[in-house]
Design a binder for this molecule. Structure first.
Ligand SMILES: Cc1cc2nc3c(=O)[nH]c(=O)nc-3n(C[C@H](O)[C@H](O)[C@H](O)COP(=O)(O)OP(=O)(O)OC[C@H]3O[C@@H](n4cnc5c(N)ncnc54)[C@H](O)[C@@H]3O)c2cc1C
Length: 473
């Protein structure tokens, strides 16, 4: 329930730990520090109604486990987990930190349940995650609500509408944060600070520095509050960063989605079952390269490279029930030409692309649950699995746009979640967690459920280490 009163903050008070952010990483950090005896203040830029950042849109997390349980169908151990990470990052990761994260993740399931999260068996569907990923009952919103309730019980002071705009720090030592709290500027002091304020994906001007004008056509799938202000300020004040600013988790989503906060229901999982064309009605990539969860994070970038940052997924009646339906209904037509008209594509071009594709398909058994090897022959680009002809009316089309989930340019950290400075030394009292550090492990690519792993593992470590740091100071 929305609190009727905000906690009273005495500006002359020095808190033990000041946490910046209000999503999963910040909440895990705040709970852990508070349980270790610290007096914690948590600053969430959004109003209460939109609290929880991108975390409130999530559905599951991936963690290491030795055996099946009530919601995971089998074991998932370090080497397999790391191999999966290597596949998606193409080796662009810090092996020590990645393996450390994976091992630490073995503890998170029980810890999350002890802090109010409930899990449920995974849905069957296109993601194939029932063995590796635990799904939150009630989704990310329920998780975030449970954590806020736990924070309140622990006495964490929470300020909403509280955007950190600047930091007073020197030589890696944090002293205070400048906070815009509902239009009033506060200066809040603390002995330690934990930065957990997400990526910079909601700052379109910053995205344009890597992507140019194309960024205007990106849709931000999550929170409009993740603008990277704290990342920028910390970098200006000597924090070291890791990761390429153009790397991000970017998926193909329905072009009709709202500019921000559309969440999971705007994602389209139909691409592997049909073909994908650009505005010239031409194919541009192998739609059947891999299972969708191993490829969906590259499709945003692929669509971003097309004219107008737009593409179209085309399927026929045989495939309409094979994927999770999105919130927007498909555009439907009785013929390919009619579909082209409705999508604004040249009818002759679309018809010839589909004729060429259909002629390149080969007979064989189709299996949506396996890499069925049903591939095209002599077609460029090839479609290497699930290549059935598009020949059964009604035909369906979905317009696609790049949907940016989060950016990878991150603060550099060590295993104690200490923020590293440009001289290579750790900050004395600044820790970081969550999306803000994801680039330490995710140099490129993504695997489903790993964002919440990184946030939970390093959020907990940052909370624990900040409490230890108080004892030393
Ligand atoms: C639609 C969608 C679905 C997703 N599904 C999954 C999934 O199922 N599993 C998974 O692992 N990952 C998923 N992700 C990725 C996942 O959301 C992130 O990896 C994870 O939530 C990051 O947590 P975080 O706490 O670092 O950031 P966030 O949850 O984004 O929290 C950042 C917080 O910082 C606040 N903030 C920002 N700037 C400031 C400032 N200057 N001052 C104060 N506060 C500030 C924001 O308001 C926000 O509350 C999904 C993302 C989206 C968008």
């Amino acid at each position: 329930m929305k609190p009727t009163q905000e906690p009273r903050i005495d500006p002359s008070e020095t808190f033990d730990v000041l946490v910046i952010g209000g999503g999963n990483a910040a909440l895990c950090a705040a709970m852990t520090a508070s349980e270790a005896g610290a007096r914690v203040v948590l600053l969430e830029a959004s109003p209460w109604e939109f609290r929880g950042g991108n975390s409130r849109h999530t559905r599951n997390l991936r963690y290491m486990h030795r055996s099946a349980n009530g919601f995971l169908t089998g074991p998932y151990l370090e080497d397999e987990f790391f191999k999966d990470l290597l596949l998606v990052t193409k080796g662009n990761t810090n092996e020590d930190l990645a393996r450390f994260t994976i091992r630490e993740s073995a503890e998170v399931g029980d810890w999350m349940m002890a802090h109010g999260v409930r899990f449920q068996p995974s849905m069957r569907g296109t993601l194939h995650l029932s063995r590796t990923n635990a799904f939150f009952r009630g989704g990310g919103k329920a998780l975030v609500n449970a954590y806020y309730a736990t924070c309140e019980r622990l006495g964490v002071k929470i300020l909403y509408d509280a955007e950190v705009t600047d930091l007073d720090m020197s030589d890696g030592l944090f002293r205070s944060a400048t906070v815009n709290h509902k239009g009033t500027v506060l200066q809040l002091r603390a002995r330690c600070m934990i930065a957990a304020s997400g990526g910079f994906q909601a700052d379109l001007e910053w995205l344009k520095r890597s992507w140019g004008e194309a960024a205007d056509n990106f849709i931000v799938r999550g929170s409009p509050y993740d603008k990277g202000v704290v990342l920028r300020v910390l970098r200006e004040k000597g924090a070291d960063t890791v990761g390429d600013p153009s790397q991000c988790h970017c998926v193909a989503i329905d072009a009709r989605a709202p500019k921000y906060d559309g969440g999971i229901v705007t994602r389209l999982d139909c691409v592997p079952f049909g073909i994908c064309v650009n505005k010239e009605a031409k194919r541009f990539y192998n739609e059947g390269e891999e299972f969708w969860p191993k490829r969906y994070a590259i499709w945003g970038r692929l669509v971003a490279q097309q004219q107008g940052q737009t593409a179209y997924s085309i399927i026929d009646a045989k495939s309409i029930d094979l994927f999770m339906p999105s919130v927007f209904p498909p555009i439907e037509a009785g013929s390919i030409k009619e579909l082209a008209h409705k999508l604004g594509l040249d009818p002759d071009s679309l018809e010839s692309t589909i004729q060429e594709y259909n002629a390149a398909t080969t007979p064989g058994a189709f299996d949506s649950n396996a890499l069925d090897g049903l591939a095209t022959t002599g077609l460029e680009p090839i479609k290497s699995n699930w290549a059935r002809p598009i020949d059964t009316a009604p035909f369906y089309g979905y317009p696609l746009r790049p949907g940016i989930t989060f950016t990878y340019l991150s603060l550099k950290i060590d295993e104690q979640a200490r923020m590293l400075m440009q001289d290579g030394k750790p900050s004395k009292n600044i820790f970081a967690a969550g999306e803000l550090v994801s680039g330490n492990i995710l140099g490129q690519g993504y695997m489903a459920g790993f964002g919440m792993t990184i946030g939970t593992v390093f959020g907990r470590i940052a909370g624990k280490e900040s409490a230890k740091c108080l004892q030393k100071s």
